[in-house]
Design a protein around this ligand. Structure first.
Ligand code: 2IT
Length: 463
């Protein structure tokens, strides 16, 4: 009797996660890795209650294990520019967690890339990939290489030099990178060519986002944006509302914003803003098919200027330098560019202008104070790891097609993508339903994503 009591007391006292203690340890161990610490804190705070109902998780120290990557590769990438000068960059691959499958996640080429950024992205990727219900572990990589202003030949030489190092650590059953900011179809082509030459095998599943015709999947380029709109459509329906006629402000003008704009227009919504590092383009009558096509030219030019849209379509798009997309009055705000791009003051401006929904399409696109302000105003908020999961989900479908040596048609892939997004949405509702009937999509996504990984880790033992 006494003994039993003691066990219960011990369990209650020690077998629970203490977020502040864990965060204090991580802050001491990884000082200055702010994005990574931000991403970890958000997940731990929202899963804490559910986690503590599972003593088997704490017994296996799941949280302490899941917050540290399995391993990180850091390597020097040296290449020769068009002037014949030798350039050196830093390349990385963070292999974060392989409980559910081989490591999977994009490569980001951007001058600000560092370990903290890739650890936050890799950490988010674990739960996002879990939400897709496909056998995908979590990883991320990239380099502090700036593609802006680089020639096509320079991009190719950089991708080849990057692969000299990375090729040994990737493969369809080991780790399969894809694109992210600064890495699109062209870069994946050069990366794959180099991989194939070095590895001496045509192993298409080693990279995703390939072009159609040599292993790429139809709908993969559109998938992140399409998936985001499928998710937002469910958020809108949940409120008894419809997409038709909604004014949408998107940030960025890259692959993700392009896909989202395409599907939004198809559903009868109006995209009234896109943006870039140079400012915002307001499009009062809504973006047209020609303008959406022109987004691809803007990306291919490597100029990184949204002003080009206003120059090409005078009278239709109005450029304002130095401002964000959030100054434009809209019903739905969808950050599609970079982490922490939507700050608290942006959220307040959106709310003052009557925004009805906010959905992150970029990874961790909103700052914590912005999310808090949006949620406090009872405006439905969709978190990136759920909203943008269509991209990696379709990468998973690309790997399936590669493994089976088959190509699915565009409607076949789109239908599977749509089902995956609907399932993710349903899981977020199931785990995010609050006592007052509202849905906390952040909580729902984190719990649903975490549970699958944690159960797999427990089942696979202490490794
Ligand atoms: O953030 C992401 O999910 C991506 N950049 C896509 C990753 C992938 O492996 O397709």
């Amino acid at each position: 009797m006494l003994c039993q009591k003691k066990i219960i007391v011990t369990y209650k006292t020690f077998n629970i996660m203490k977020v502040n203690e864990i965060m204090a340890n991580l802050e001491a161990k990884h000082p200055g890795e702010n994005e990574y610490l931000q991403a970890v804190r958000e997940v731990l705070e929202t899963i804490e209650e559910e986690y503590n109902k599972h003593p088997e998780f704490e017994a296996a120290k799941i949280v302490e294990r899941i917050v540290e990557p399995d391993r990180i590769f850091t390597f020097r990438v040296t290449w020769v520019d068009d002037k014949g000068q030798v350039q050196t960059n830093l390349g990385y691959r963070v292999q974060f967690n392989a409980a559910l499958g081989a490591y999977k996640g994009g490569l980001r080429f951007h001058p600000k890339v560092n370990v903290s950024m890739l650890k936050f992205l890799g950490f988010e990727q674990i739960f996002k990939n879990s939400l897709t219900n496909l056998p995908l572990g979590g990883g991320k990589g990239g380099a502090d290489f700036d593609p802006v202003g680089k020639s096509d030949a320079e991009i190719m030489r950089f991708c080849q030099a990057f692969m000299y190092e990375l090729w040994r650590n990737i493969g369809p059953d080991q780790d399969s990178p894809a694109g992210d900011v600064g890495v699109g179809g062209r870069e994946i082509g050069y990366l794959y060519g180099a991989y194939k030459k070095l590895a001496r095998e045509h192993s298409t599943g080693a990279l995703t986002g390939k072009s159609y015709g040599w292993g790429g999947s139809l709908i993969r380029p559109e998938a992140t944006g399409f998936g985001a709109i499928y998710y937002v459509e469910r958020m809108v329906k949940q409120q008894g509302d419809k997409m038709e006629g909604k004014r949408i402000a998107l940030s960025g003008f890259g692959n993700v914003a392009w896909g989202a704009a395409t599907k939004a227009v198809e559903l009868g919504a109006k995209v009234v803003a896109i943006s870039g590092p140079d400012g915002v383009c307001e499009i009062p009558d809504g973006i047209t098919k020609e303008m959406i096509d022109y987004m691809l030219d803007m990306r291919a030019s490597n100029r990184n200027k949204v002003e080009d849209m206003a120059t090409k379509f005078p009278g239709k798009a109005k450029f304002t330098a130095g401002k964000k997309a959030w100054i434009v009055k809209c019903d739905i705000a969808m950050p599609c560019a970079f982490q922490n791009e939507l700050a608290e003051e942006d959220a307040k401006m959106l709310l003052a202008n009557g925004v009805k929904y906010v959905a992150e399409v970029s990874n961790m696109g909103c700052q914590p104070a912005a999310i808090a302000a949006i949620q406090a105003a009872k405006v439905p908020f969709g978190p990136g790891k759920a909203v943008n999961a269509g991209g990696v989900a379709t990468s998973g479908l690309e790997i399936c097609q590669n493994a089976g040596h088959i190509n699915w048609t565009a409607p076949e892939v789109d239908q599977k993508l749509h089902k995956i997004m609907n399932d993710i949405y349903d899981m977020c509702v199931e785990h995010g339903k609050m006592a007052d009937g509202t849905i906390n999509y952040v909580k729902g996504a984190n719990i649903a994503g975490f549970m699958r990984v944690a159960k797999a880790m427990v089942a696979q033992g202490i490794i």
